[in-house]
Design a protein around this ligand. Structure first.
Ligand code: PXG
Length: 466
């Protein structure tokens, strides 16, 4: 059998990688100078790199390996499906059993009347589907002028032209531009932007920007609003409790469609099957990916409510789809992943065991001199680094410098904890045990201590003016 074996030393692998592999979201020259970390294998919440380090994966890969690494059942299901039917499409009035079974299972798990699944291979693709779906919906309803989609600054919805445009990350817009008809409002990030308002007041104020934007664009021109129940890539921004009910009310008032991007928050991450359930959101469409297959296969999709599916589905052909929509191997693996999630009560484990245990330990990090706030929903956590807790101050130096230094300490301590600007974030596999949580938090604390000592030594614990 032609297995991909490795007999090369790390430095050789890094050289080849730098020569031929163009990495996503990476400074190519910078990485070539440093050398990428080579990950060889995973087991549970643990990764092993080519230097033999055992690393605790506080990010579940990229927020996706929810059932942990190394589950043989998924490999076996993939092999069986490849044997039986490695590929067939779902265009031209054909279907196959894995796509049928997975769509039915997702419809069963999804709340309310979210009963129809349009498959994609990633979250970005699914959000591109959503743009076309909501615009088509309003076309069929006889209101083709309803085209604008409102999203949030610092939201993340992928990196295709559609997904990147919905996202509110200016550096992404700067590389290749942004499609027409997308508007952004401010994010509900109280700690950094709330000023003197209480969290509840601020949540309402930020939600009401949606109404202001709708009135500015003209209510008849707005197709949909899209948001992540909790912003993930933006830094695990958990909105004030007043935020989503107000967004929901405004969407209803103006009759605009609500899209919940559940790519990260779906499939147990917040302690319920979907983040929409945790925050009381009733979307017309949900974007899913990542945890659907625990990252073992690339698969995503849009879960669509009855009304939207009936309107778009009842008006002739919808000219949209991907070669790999409902790919049988990916669908079979996702189905097995969901079976394991249900049989092993993984969502209940998050809700009743892992979240409460981590919450106690995570909250205690707020006492650390470098930490301004420590927030956690389900198994999505963040800490804001600050030189002055009382003032919720930013650092005087360039944003992200301290976060980067902290992340480097985590790397050195065999912990994967990400930095988003000067905010540290975690989203470990959902199967993490209390003793593994202890290891994760102990390493995080050690890394914070080391980062703090380094900043002190280098005179960088200085607050920005104003
Ligand atoms: N929506 C959300 C909410 C996401 O988090 C996507 C859509 C796009 O999914 P795909 O499968 O096309 O990547 C995502 C992806 C980060 C990071 O740095 C986050 C994501 C992807 C890559 C990096 O936190 N989220």
């Amino acid at each position: 059998m032609n297995m991909i074996t490795n007999h090369l030393p790390t430095a050789e692998l890094q050289k080849l990688d730098a020569a031929h592999h163009f990495h996503p979201f990476t400074d190519k020259a910078g990485l070539a100078a440093k050398g990428a970390r080579v990950i060889l294998r995973g087991e549970g919440v643990w990764l092993t790199d080519s230097e033999g380090h055992r690393i605790i994966d506080g990010m579940a890969g990229l927020w996706c390996v929810n059932i942990g690494y190394g589950r043989k059942e998924l490999a076996q299901v993939a092999a069986r499906q490849m044997d039986e039917l490695p590929y067939y499409n779902t265009f031209f009035q054909t279907t196959h059993v894995p796509a049928i079974a997975l769509a039915a299972k997702i419809a069963e798990l999804a709340p309310g009347d979210l009963n129809h699944v349009f498959f994609a291979s990633s979250g970005s693709e699914a959000n591109d589907t959503n743009i076309r779906l909501v615009r088509r919906y309003w076309d069929v309803k006889g209101m083709p002028w309803r085209k604008t989609i409102i999203a949030r600054w610092n939201g993340y919805h992928g990196s295709t032209m559609g997904g990147g445009s919905l996202g509110g990350m200016k550096p992404i817009h700067a590389h290749g531009g942004k499609i027409d008809g997308i508007e952004h409002i401010d994010q509900p990030y109280w700690w950094a932007e709330g000023g003197d308002m209480s969290e509840d007041e601020f949540g309402l104020a930020r939600a009401r920007q949606l109404e202001e934007k709708i009135l500015q664009v003209g209510p008849d021109n707005v197709a949909a609003f899209i948001g992540e129940p909790v912003q993930g890539a933006g830094g695990v921004i958990i909105p004030p409790r007043t935020y989503w009910p107000e967004i929901q009310r405004i969407c209803q008032k103006y009759g605009i469609l609500l899209i919940a991007d559940e790519v990260i928050t779906g499939f147990g991450r917040t302690g319920q099957w979907f983040g929409s359930q945790t925050f009381g959101i009733k979307p017309h469409i949900m974007t899913i990916a990542k945890g659907l297959s625990s990252g073992y296969q690339p698969i995503g999709g849009s879960i669509v409510c009855d009304e939207v599916a009936e309107v778009v589905g009842g008006a002739g052909e919808f000219f949209h789809g991907y070669t790999y929509s409902g790919h049988p191997v990916a669908a079979a693996v996702a189905l097995e992943n969901l079976r394991i999630m249900q049989d092993e009560k993984v969502v209940e484990h998050v809700r009743d065991v892992a979240h409460p245990y981590l919450k106690e330990r995570w909250d205690a990090l707020a006492e650390h001199p470098l930490v301004g706030e420590a927030k956690l929903v389900g198994l999505m956590g963040s800490i804001a680094l600050t030189p002055d807790k009382a003032k919720r101050a930013k650092f005087a130096g360039e944003e992200g410098t301290v976060g980067y230094r902290c992340r480097e300490r985590c790397f050195a301590n065999d912990l994967i904890m990400r930095a988003v600007g000067d905010r540290m974030i975690i989203a470990p596999p959902l199967v993490i045990t209390p003793s593994e949580i202890d290891i994760l938090v102990d390493r995080a604390k050690k890394s914070l201590d080391e980062c703090y000592a380094g900043l002190k030594k280098d005179g960088l614990l200085v607050a920005r003016e104003g």
